[in-house]
Structure formats: C-alpha cells, structure tokens
Write a protein that binds this ligand. Structure first.
Ligand SMILES: [Zn+2]
Ligand SMILES: [Zn+2]
Length: 367
C-alpha cells in the first residue's frame, strides 16, 4: 500500500495527520499554522496559532484574543515529531512559506507570495522540497509585472500633476500589504500622506510590531478638508464610491492592483488611473519560484489553477489542481459588476476560472 502523504487536502484546510496540525485552515481546528494575516488564510476560532512574529499584532487586531505562538524565519518547531519552519514569502510583512519535514520528506506551503523585493516585506526565499503547494493568482502569461520603481515613478508623477491641477489625489490599495508598500515609496516632498481608518489601524498594528513606516495622518471628522486635499489620500477598496471618498471632490482616483494589467479593469472600478502593482507573483515569478524548489510535484491552490497546471504539465512538472477556500484580498477581481469578466486575450480559459468573491480584506473583521 502506498505511503500516506505528509500533507493532505481536507475540507478544513491543508492537514498534516502525522503532526496533527493544519496550515491556513478555514474551519476551526486545534492547531493552526498561519502563512500570513490576510483574512482568507488567518481565520478566527482555532485553539492554537503558530505564525511569524511580524504577523502578531495584525493577527491580534484582526482576530482579537487568540492563543498565538510566534517564530522567526528559519526557526524550527516540532509537533509530534514533524519539523515545521517558516521562510519568507515576500507577499506582505510577516508572510511565510511553511516548510514541513518528516523522515526526510519535505513539503513547502507557499501561502501567497511574490518574488520581487518590495523593500518592506522580507524578500521571498526559495526552499528546496519534494512537494510544493503554490498559489497561482496571476498564473497567466498576460500578467507580467514591471519593476516597482517604474510603477512608483508613475504614481508620484500622477500625484504631482494632480497638485498642479488643484485636484485631490486618492489612491486605493488593500489595507494590509499594498498600502504600506505604497506608503514607503511615495515621494514625501510632494506632501503629507493621509489615511483611511482601516489602513491606519493596520499601520498602527505594524508599528506596535516594531515596523518602521513613513509618517501618516489618520483622516477623522476633525480633518481639515483643504489640508487633506494638499496631500495624498490612501484608501481601501471598500471606500470606493462611498460618501467618505466623495467629500474630497474634486479628485483623481487611482487604483493599485495586479488586475489593472487587463483592459477594462480600470473602467469597471471607475478609476481615473490604474497602476499595475501586485503582492502576488506574476507568470514568470510563479514559474521561477516553482522551478527553484526542485520539487517532484506541485499542487495549485487558487487562481488560474486549470490553465496553469496544464502549462506546468506541458513543460515537464507534475502539477495538480487542489480545492481550497483561499482567494481574497487582491486575489479576486472584486468590484466587478456581476456577469462581467476581465477582458483578457482569447484562448486562455481565463473566464472559466475567474470567480468574483467579496473583498475579504475588508470583510475580515476590519471596519
Ligand atoms: Zn494574502
Ligand atoms: Zn490569499
């Protein structure tokens, strides 16, 4: 009889029967190892949590009082004879790939990841393994990112133009990850950075965790509108088209997301400017990351799993699609009117694998 694999895919999450723990489970369990603090990976209701120490304050802010053990990258924790260690995933601050080893068999669960160094998250580190469990949110050739320095040059130029034209600047990005990455790359000679409460709560949690972020000012009922209009306003996707945003009119509204790479995405979000900036690996990033693991098999958890696994099999990998509940934050092209699909080139099966989930970043206990 074939040996039972060290990790298996269950209706609660990725499970290690030998070690009696789950990785990023979506139903309550006793022992959960968490890749990162985004809502589709860090659910409430587990008895014990294990995560990287830079995820600590965000997890406590999002989930309330939890029983949390934290570790450094590379540190090993034993659970029932199984060795668990965390390696940088480069996705957001504190994000980790989970390496699991038992009797020489090594699995790595990537969680969400990107390979470009964003200057704020610990850079992605390839980990050799026999079996690699990967995301593929942007696993289509149409998704190819430019270096972030180019994107931020565009962002800062756009901000300057708005100041010159006397319109306010509103830039939308997800509250954990994208917002801090933007904040650290804005040209502060242009002006001050003002934040929506959801983003500022996240910034505060990270600062409590010792992360050094550029100065920001929370927008409150007492903020002077004319002052705020002289700076840049960082806002989460949930604030788009709300009275909160409208009070800064006239403004130019920019949207930072990997989905901006496809035609029509900007229009559907009613944005004036779309900036192609993602915290996920692009097509080439996914392939290089998978290749660097030297793995025997790849399991794809979310994204363009059908298309991407077919491609990987064609180029000689042993790739499989698996069913999970991951996919939130940037991973779903949210804010699209129902029935609309992003406009991507034909013959790539994009439409068949896209789903239109809610924006979990804002639904996950942040208000
Ligand atoms: Zn994520
Ligand atoms: Zn995710």
């Amino acid at each position: 009889m074939a040996k039972k694999p060290l990790l298996e895919f269950t209706d609660r999450g990725i499970y290690c029967a030998r070690g009696k723990f789950y990785i990023d489970p979506w139903k309550p369990v006793d022992d959960a190892v968490i890749t990162h603090a985004h809502a589709d990976h860090a659910y409430w209701g587990h008895k014990n949590y294990l995560a990287h120490h830079l995820s600590k304050e965000i997890l406590l802010y999002r989930l309330g009082e939890i029983n949390l053990q934290t570790v450094e990258y590379g540190e090993t924790v034993m659970k029932n004879g199984v060795a668990i260690s965390l390696y940088p995933a480069g996705h957001v601050i504190g994000s980790a790939q989970i390496r699991v080893e038992y009797q020489g068999e090594v699995w790595v669960v990537s969680g969400d990841y990107k390979v470009e160094d964003d200057g704020i998250s610990t850079p992605f580190e390839p980990v050799k393994c026999h079996h690699f469990i990967s995301e593929c949110t942007f696993g289509m050739p149409v998704y190819t990112w430019k270096p972030q320095v180019q994107i931020f040059e565009d962002v800062n130029n756009w901000w300057r133009t708005n100041l010159h034209n006397g319109v306010a600047t509103v830039l939308v990005g997800y509250s954990l990850g994208k917002s801090q990455r933007i904040l650290q790359n804005l040209d502060l000679f242009n002006g001050k950075v003002y934040t929506h409460g959801v983003i500022e709560n996240t910034n505060e949690a990270l600062r409590r965790n010792g992360v050094l972020l550029n100065p920001t000012e929370r927008i409150t009922a007492n903020s002077v509108k004319e002052e705020v209009r002289k700076g840049i306003i960082l806002a989460p996707p949930s604030s788009v088209s709300t009275p909160w945003m409208r009070k800064f009119q006239p403004y130019s509204f920019g949207y930072c997301s990997g989905w901006m790479a496809i035609r029509g995405a900007k229009r559907r979000r009613a944005a004036d400017r779309g900036f192609v900036l993602s915290d996920h690996a692009d097509w080439n990033g996914l392939i290089s990351a998978i290749d660097a693991t030297d793995c025997e098999s790849v399991y794809l958890t979310h994204g363009y799993t059908a298309t991407f696994s077919r491609y990987l099999n064609e180029i000689g990998f042993d790739a499989h699609e698996v069913h999970t509940l991951y996919g939130g934050e940037e991973e779903n092209p949210s804010n699209l009117p129902e029935g609309e699909t992003p406009n991507v080139p034909e013959n790539n099966n994009a439409n068949q694998v896209l789903s239109f989930g809610e924006d979990l970043s804002e639904a996950g206990g942040v208000s």
